[in-house]
Design a protein around this ligand. Structure first.
Ligand SMILES: [Zn+2]
Length: 146
């Protein structure tokens, strides 16, 4: 049996990266889920071997997406509704606190998927499938940082 990581892969277009991001799949091969258990992302894709969790602050991308969604999309509008009197301020505060604590956990997986999608939509040549054959030195460079 041949190692799938050694197989040549077709170039991945942005539309495919987008669809894989929406489905929570590896942006490189699209054949494996990003998470191995509830909140644990695969360090490497189990199918193609591309590094998914690159360390060194790479987690800040999903954190910013998650925080932005919860703070700007949920908590701020709830507080605004409470301040404007459309709903009781006590209810708005209670919903904001509960939402602020629970939604980041529920949105964690989606935020990782969105982050990888946005990252590779902006830098599609960073995908292993899109790297030229002569770029093995980049792979080794990436591995040397670990
Ligand atoms: Zn993969």
């Amino acid at each position: 049996m041949t190692d799938p990581a050694l197989q040549p892969m077709p170039r991945v277009r942005r539309s495919r990266i987008f669809m894989r991001g929406l489905r929570g799949l590896c942006p490189n091969c699209g054949r494996a889920k990003l998470f191995r258990t509830g909140l644990r992302i695969h360090h490497r894709c189990p199918h193609c071997g591309m590094t998914l969790e690159r360390g060194d602050g790479y987690y800040l991308g999903p954190l910013c997406i998650n925080y932005g969604f919860v703070a700007l999309g949920v908590v701020a509008p709830l507080l605004l509704l409470g301040v404007l009197g459309w709903i009781s301020l006590k209810i708005a505060l209670a919903l904001a606190v509960v939402g602020g604590l629970l939604l980041p956990v529920f949105f964690y997986r989606a935020s990782w998927s969105l982050w990888l999608m946005l990252y590779y939509l902006c830098l599609p040549d960073e995908l292993h499938a899109n790297r030229p054959e002569s770029s093995d030195d980049l792979l080794f460079e990436e591995e040397a940082r670990r």
